[in-house]
Design a protein around this ligand. Structure first.
Ligand code: FAD
Ligand code: MLT
Ligand code: ZN
Length: 551
């Protein structure tokens, strides 16, 4: 990895105006790293490692929400069904059978429990197909026998969509993980749904390309899961939504029909764009088996800076300035509040990259092709926001290690929260001027209810906010010592009503899953929900796919 160190002298002289800023920046000369490979190589085992230390799996979803009842339309999985699947899939490892083998419970548990340890199902059969044809035969059989199925990718979803509620069969896509084709001229990638995002991105890095999505769970989540949730992530600001970068999809409908729309064209206006329905449908109308993605050129130069700010108003001003100064090279603009950073410090025991503590922090990333050009632009931006007093303190990464270290203060929040106990997560879109007010109002409400405190009798440890400010996407998180229904009652529907009043969205990027199924009306009109139900009935008339969720 080549690193070109810029002289710090010029930078310091020019940035020296606001006294409070100078000492901090003087210790971290501005440096531009030439980045040709993955700059944020998070370990592929990272999300899973912390699983071991996160809160113990507790109640079944059916106990937490007793109003949920198993739908009697669905058949029970029998030995005969299991024999069919074993005959179809052949290898031992493709079928985890807890129906005829009571000792398989431990092997099935990871497929029954979600990443947050909030949702837990009663599944007794996990199937792992290795081809589209196998997916098709499994679904046809399940449809004929009215067996309910939960499609599952890397199981990193945060809304309870990827695990069963009752005894649904888990259809895990992990064995369909091949990179099928990559065109080095156009950057068009064809990949199987079960491929892990980080693995795909590393492959693309070796070709000078990048996957147009990046997120903290990249070491575990699958491309199929990303498409099914329409994941947004850290660089949507730059590369846009998967609705734009996905050129083609192959999916299997509940009756076994294979929908082959593996189009490799950027332009194709022949009729309805059916593939868009599978993006963000969370496994409710079909199982995605392959995808064609338009991948951008990997940026050659990448810079990351972390700033401390005194107010949310200042964070908004910084965002506006960043767009003005950095426009085409700005690739991420992320917000973190003091509470979220305190939790990361508490869990990682690391010192903050800034000396002081601030109410808000912003992380900015630039990605471009010309180091000198990008460096000058960033420098001018920094001078400007410091001179105007918008940014109080800041640090710039000077090599790849520092780039990763700065990003870890943003990406590490989710894991830190998970590590500390239960967390109630609200992933929402709100017009920027009011975005952070939701955190303050929620905190006040939880305090008023007497649920927030430093001692064990208080279920809530902290109410924090962070997120993709560049996309008006806030992550409101209520960190608890344990899941507690009193907390949920105080938060819901309060949070959704608050968002609805401001014409926000109750799900910005994580989806609806089980968590938000009953609240969809806060963001969608009855007409829209009615159309969605019609689509569901059309594609999945027996409702075998991902029941109890979405709509
Ligand atoms: P799963 O969790 O297995 O499944 C998610 C949903 O998709 C389920 O409803 C499932 O039934 C369905 N599904 C999965 N595969 C298929 C398929 N092949 N066909 C049909 N349906 C399928 N999300 C963001 O949007 N942005 C972030 O920045 C972000 N950061 C995260 C950071 C961490 C640490 C964690 C744990 C999660 C984060 N997430 C984020 C949430 C999650 O990683 C994404 O939703 C991801 O896209 C889910 O992919 P997965 O393979 O794990 O899918
Ligand atoms: C993130 O942006 O970090 C993810 O969406 C996960 C989360 O909301 O915690
Ligand atoms: Zn996010």
């Amino acid at each position: 990895m080549a690193c070109r160190h810029r002289s710090s002298t010029t930078t310091l002289a020019r940035l020296a105006k606001p006294a409070r800023l100078t000492p901090r920046l003087s210790t971290q000369p501005q440096v531009q790293s030439q980045v040709a490979s993955a700059v944020r190589c998070f370990s592929s085992s990272r999300p899973r490692q912390l699983k071991e230390t996160r809160c113990q799996q507790g109640k079944f979803t059916s106990e937490t929400y007793p109003e949920l009842k198993r739908d009697p339309r669905y058949g029970q999985v029998t030995k005969e069904h299991v024999d069919y699947f074993k005959g179809l899939l052949g290898t031992e490892s493709a079928v985890i059978d807890g129906v005829t083998n009571e000792n398989a419970t431990d092997d099935i548990e990871p497929f029954n429990s979600d990443w947050m340890r909030k949702y837990r199902g009663h599944c007794r059969l996990v199937l792992k197909p290795s081809s589209t044809e196998e997916v098709s035969k499994i679904l046809k059989y399940c449809n004929d026998n009215k067996l309910a199925v939960v499609p599952q990718g890397g199981n990193t979803g945060l809304v309870g969509g990827s695990v069963p509620v009752f005894d649904e069969i888990v259809l895990n896509m992990g064995r369909m993980n091949n990179i099928i084709e990559f065109d080095e001229v156009s950057g068009i990638l064809t990949v199987e749904a079960g491929a892990i995002l980080e693995v795909v991105d590393q492959f693309l890095a070796s070709k000078g390309y990048i996957f147009p999505l990046d997120l903290g769970a990249k070491g575990s989540c699958h491309i199929g899961g990303n498409l099914s949730t329409n994941a947004g992530g850290l660089r949507l600001l730059r590369y846009g939504s998967l609705h734009g970068t996905t050129l083609g999809i192959e999916a299997v409908l509940p009756d076994g029909t294979v929908v082959d729309d593996l189009c490799k064209l950027r332009k194709n206006n022949t009729g309805y764009d059916i593939k868009q329905l599978f993006i963000g449908s969370e496994g409710t109308i079909g199982v995605i088996t392959k995808a064609v993605i338009q991948c951008p050129q990997r940026p050659k130069a990448q810079n990351v800076a972390l700033f401390g700010l005194e107010s949310y108003e200042a964070a908004q001003q910084a965002f506006r300035e960043a767009k003005g100064h950095l426009s085409e090279i700005l690739s991420a603009f992320e917000l973190m509040d003091a509470g979220s950073q305190a939790l990361v410090r508490q869990v990682t025991k690391k010192n903050s990259p800034l000396e002081g503590e601030y109410p808000f922090y912003c992380l900015i990333e630039t990605s471009g092709s010309n180091s000198d050009h990008d460096g000058e632009k960033l420098q001018t931006f920094l001078e400007d926001v410091m001179e105007k007093g918008i940014v109080v303190d800041g640090t710039l990464a000077q090599d790849e290690t520092q780039v990763k270290a700065l990003w870890s203060w943003r990406e590490g929040i989710t894991e830190a929260l998970g590590h500390l106990g239960g967390v109630y997560k609200y992933d929402v879109s709100i017009p920027l001027p009011e975005m952070y007010q939701l955190v303050e109002d929620t905190k006040a409400r939880v305090e008023e209810a007497g649920l927030l405190g430093d001692t064990d009798e208080h279920p809530v440890r902290a109410v924090v906010g962070y997120g993709h400010m560049g996309d008006s996407n806030l992550h409101l998180n209520v960190s608890t010592r344990r899941f507690d229904e009193r907390v949920e009652k105080v938060l819901e529907p309060f949070v959704y009503e608050w968002i609805s009043k401001r014409q926000g969205s109750i799900s910005a990027e994580h989806g609806l899953g089980l968590a938000k199924k009953k609240y969809i009306g806060y963001s969608r009109t009855p007409t829209m929900v009615g159309l969605m139900k019609q689509l569901k009935d059309l594609y999945d008339p027996n409702a075998i796919l991902n029941p109890y969720k979405y709509i």
